[in-house]
Design a protein. Sequence first.
Length: 385
Amino acid sequence: MSDEEIKQDRTAFRKRFFPETTRAEWSDWRWQLRNRFMDGAALQRVLHLSDAERAAFDGHALPMPLAITPYYASLMDPEDPTDPLRRTLVPTAHERLIAPGEAEDPLDESHATVVPGLIRRHEDRVVLLATDRCAAYCRYCTRSRLAGGGQPVRKNWRRAIDYIAAHQEISDVLISGGDPLIFSTRRLESLVRSLRAIRHVELIRIGSRMPLLAPMRITGKLVAMLKRYHPLAISLHATHPEELTPEAGQALARLANAGILLAGQTVLLAGINDSADTLRALMRGLLFHRVRPYYLYQCDPIPGSGHFRVPVARGLALIDQLVGHISGYAVPRYVIDAPGGGGKIPVGSPNRIGRDGEGWWIQNHLGRIYRYPDPDSEAQGDVSC
């Protein structure tokens, strides 16, 4: 389908479900947020819900909020409950099935919280939870326990900033949540400006899914503001190649053209992106839009996430099917964010390298074995990888 045909589909969706809405209103990110689908009745206007989807709403409060922007809803297949974009945001009864090992705070962030809203696991880096709100709520969200809770998170900003300022070893701050780009440009700038005023903060990162959920948020005004606070990066949460629409491409181009470093982060999800073809298309698409694929996450074991989680062995095999088949720039690091607070641990194929005699054997993507001489390695105690 051509870019023009894709845009025509969006226009048809707008005219059918929002007949009094102008193109200018549709293209306003504030309109998108005001008109999100936030309950089952609203969702049934645009999707034919399956039995499992309807059961999610039958007489029960959802484990986490529902919110889907009209723009993103227009990308979904209204008839197919297995549509990958639909499965990421539309709740099902499977969310109520709790498996062993699942936990509300699987990464033990509460014990790494140094002041309210500020997580510190590493000497030089912190995560500032600026908000509990998102434009849409992914059903596999690590912080589902906090999502859309209505907590006055902003009141914690000052304490977090004071803590960062008092610890000169902190050079890298990730603004996360929630999604910080849900704030107005003025409000977001007040936070970014405060952080940039701390001399030892070298890099400011913003974690966001907004360029894909509501790409119209990436306005010229926002980009001009962000450009004033370099070095600055955006960690983009991308799930599927169908998210890389012409509108998303324009939003990412604006950010890249402003010199903002773009890094892609993807959660490996069963039945959504756990095929080599899908991952190749996604990673190549991100790189085409100047987003460097960075992490491929193993899905965190939050309550009710069993239907999303892919066996780790399958994840290792998928990485093997990327290496050598797409540009090295497009191959992300496969990581498990260790339950219990161990942090992100890269995992690779155990079948690609091993010690043999006076060196190492290494296997390429075609299965061929090569040898790397390293006779001193064993003597130095490096006998395994």
